[in-house]
Design a binder for this molecule. Sequence first.
Ligand code: KIV
Ligand code: ZN
Length: 532
Amino acid sequence: MSNVGAAGWDPRRIRVFDTTLRDGEQAPGAGLTAEEKLEVARQLVRLNVDVIEAGFPAASPGDWDAVHRIAMETRGVAVAALARCRDGDPQRAVEAIRVAERPHLHVFIATSDIHLKHKLRATREEALAAAVQWVRYGRKALGPDAEIEFSAEDASRTDPEYLLRVYEAVVDAGASTVNIPDTVGYAIPSEFGRLVGAVVERVGSEAVVSVHCHNDLGLATANTLAAVQAGARQVEVTINGLGERAGNASLEEVVMSLRTRPTQFPDLASRVSTEQITAASRLVSYLTGFVVQPNKAVVGGNAFAHESGIHQDGVIKNPLTYEIMTPQSVGLSGSTLSIGKLSGRRGLQGKLRQLGHELEGEALDTAYREVIALADAKKEVTDADLLAIVEQLASEAAPVTSDTVVLQGWSVTSSHGGRSQGSVSLTVAGESVSAEGAGNGPVDALFGAVDAAVGPVLGWHPVLAEYEIRAVTAGEDAQGQVIVRCRRSSEGPDGPVQTGHGLSTNIIEASLEGYLSALNKLRDAVVREVRA
Ligand code: KIV
Ligand code: ZN
């Protein structure tokens, strides 16, 4: 019952395969730009995951490009790309990841009768033949040292005897990892553990057995842990449990379970730097616009908060009374006052390093300028402020081109009971444009003015789908972090959504920044569509 030495893998290590940038990004409305994906990939490297699944290159030229850039730029980690077992997909994936230090091709095909009959309209034998064909292709294309992973989509609803036959056949064809997805989150831990045990028994001495659990019944983490106890040695997870529908197994829950309960997982550990978990969670939440629920395990705002007097009293006497892991172990320093006007670049760099962000060169200079400007506007610059600045810079990482819509100025008047009136001046496609708008409040009026300014030039304007404002810290001089999600007016209500971000001590300015950042991403997407 152990895949000892399979594909050179140390059987005492749990390989953490992060699929935030592939399955996570498939969550409706979680789309990221290539620059944002790179930012997340850099954080995943700091987190020390083993594999980054960077995307699905055949899905779009943009996805191919993002996977390729991550493969070129990240080191010390394997880069995986997903492909269906059909002509064209695996070739695109191989082209995108060939340059990676450790390429990891991930091919999949559905094996359950439900999927075969209604989705693929294929027989079991046809699916098996396609699986073997594309695993063999991957092994030949990438060579003996590459990782070739095969996933049997909807494995947990597949006839077990047929499933085992498929896994045996793909291992014979060269697969070094076989993945067991609980695609629709249907499995229950005890039964899933038995299924994983049977796969480990059959092919575990030749391949790493992996699991990929969805959370439709809230069991993704429990199923993943049951699988580890049954011999799985790769876990496919996402930051914050982001993913299709109810999401995927969450990295932080699985990794902290392994770390907190070593007697339940004897001699098994991941190499994840858990102190980077909070920074990763915040970054993914910010860039995708997906808020982390306050009571979310490990990374929720309340995960280490103690409200009742009895609990507070116990924690003060000894944190072990109510805390099974320390806030520091997941990167919550607990300190607030950090950096002021007189701190130098080096001090800022060191502080940011403690918070999980490695900045240098121009990125450090920009962050430094922002921090100094903030220190002029605000009494105290806290850790939360610094994180907000770094996140905002990550969301602005896309290069400014001559087509970028840039804010030149704005003004607004608003009074009790009346409609607000606003005006903006922008540069749109290299031209200066001004327009006015009226609305239900100052933000609405300014968004209307932006629509009036860009509509005639672009042929569409943004339509607001969601607007959220968060105060970064307490206090009347707090920065406002704004997340704006918009579609193009030329698309229906199902058109793709882009997320924009703004950050300022002036919430109207932050809102405008957020609206324009979403607008620019929508515009970039149009340019990419035209080029494709
Ligand atoms: O959920 C699933 O089945 C998947 C596979 C492609 C691994 O995401
Ligand atoms: Zn999935």
